[in-house]
Design a protein around this ligand. Structure first.
Ligand SMILES: [Zn+2]
Length: 287
């Protein structure tokens, strides 16, 4: 029997790995695709290492039935961004806040229609991508639970160009639901192999980036480790006491001085804030 083939963007993070694990239990063929982003060079080696460990882990499991093809690694210069994608993205950006990486994902998906993307169901309010999806009528889920954007009357050509070529296979499940499912399968150890943090700090999850934030606030911070949770607690504490220091601390922890972007050199008062952050961390043994 011919195996049905599924293509999916796989970062090695929790969400896309959940989907890989889910598909691995079925008699199907899986083609994972990984885009190597130039501006994520710090995290790429960690994600590639996670890929190796996760695939090895799945291979050993008796439940694994799928034929998982070698990960397709695609570099930025291999992706041609069409004028239509550029124009559609410019149109969307004038109206909504969308992540920078959408451009290359959308360009890839334009040529690989139906490729699955790991966008999970939001807990409370819809995130940036969902706001755009909802503006175009929202996702329609098929019997397999894969969401797609439909635009029968061609009313949203720009949004369709950027968001209409994906299969949203986890968009009807929250992270907590996915975690419960993984526990049911006995896949807890798999979760520990995933790479969540976007900006690891000295080799461990930072506890302060968006991805770490989401995990900690969905009661899944345990697998990021004690350090990440401590750093996160400090961030919350600082936000109460000194919001300005909190934002410097967060920029520092995630390796980005976002509040001061474009200013070039680090100003003296920032150096002082960083020193203050360090003292704060050292006092709490969180470094
Ligand atoms: Zn992080």
């Amino acid at each position: 029997m011919l195996r049905k083939k599924y293509r999916l963007f796989w970062t090695g993070g929790f969400d896309s790995t959940f989907r890989l694990a889910e598909l691995s239990r079925r008699n199907v063929k899986i083609q994972p695709v990984y885009l190597v982003f130039n501006d994520r060079r710090d995290v790429t080696p960690l994600e590639l290492a996670a890929h190796g460990k996760i695939l090895q882990w799945l291979k050993k499991r008796p439940e694994t039935q799928a034929m998982i093809q070698p990960v397709r690694y695609v570099t930025e210069n291999q992706i041609i961004v069409s004028n239509e994608v550029e124009h559609a993205l410019a149109w969307i950006r004038q109206r909504y806040a969308v992540p920078q990486c959408d451009r290359l994902l959308a360009a890839y998906a334009e040529k690989s229609k139906g490729i699955e993307v790991g966008l999970e169901k939001p807990y409370d309010k819809p995130g940036r991508t969902f706001i755009v999806l909802n503006a175009a009528g929202g996702l329609h889920f098929d019997e397999e639970g894969i969401g797609r954007l439909e635009d029968p009357n061609h009313e949203h050509p720009q949004i369709m160009k950027i968001h209409g070529n994906y299969g949203y296979s986890i968009a009807n499940r929250t992270e907590v639901e996915m975690w419960e499912q993984l526990q049911e399968w006995g896949y807890q150890d798999l979760v520990k192999l995933t790479q969540t943090c976007e900006h690891p700090y000295h080799g461990t999850p930072c506890g302060c980036c968006t991805n770490c934030f989401v995990k900690i606030h969905s009661a899944m911070g345990w697998y990021l480790g004690d350090k990440a949770q401590r750093r996160h607690a400090i961030l919350l504490e600082l936000r109460e006491k000194d919001p300005e220091l909190a934002s410097v601390y967060r920029a520092y922890m995630t390796g980005r001085f976002a509040p001061l972007k474009g200013t070039g050199a680090i100003p003296i008062q920032l150096s002082e804030k960083i020193a203050q952050c360090n003292r704060f961390l050292a006092a709490r043994n969180a470094l």
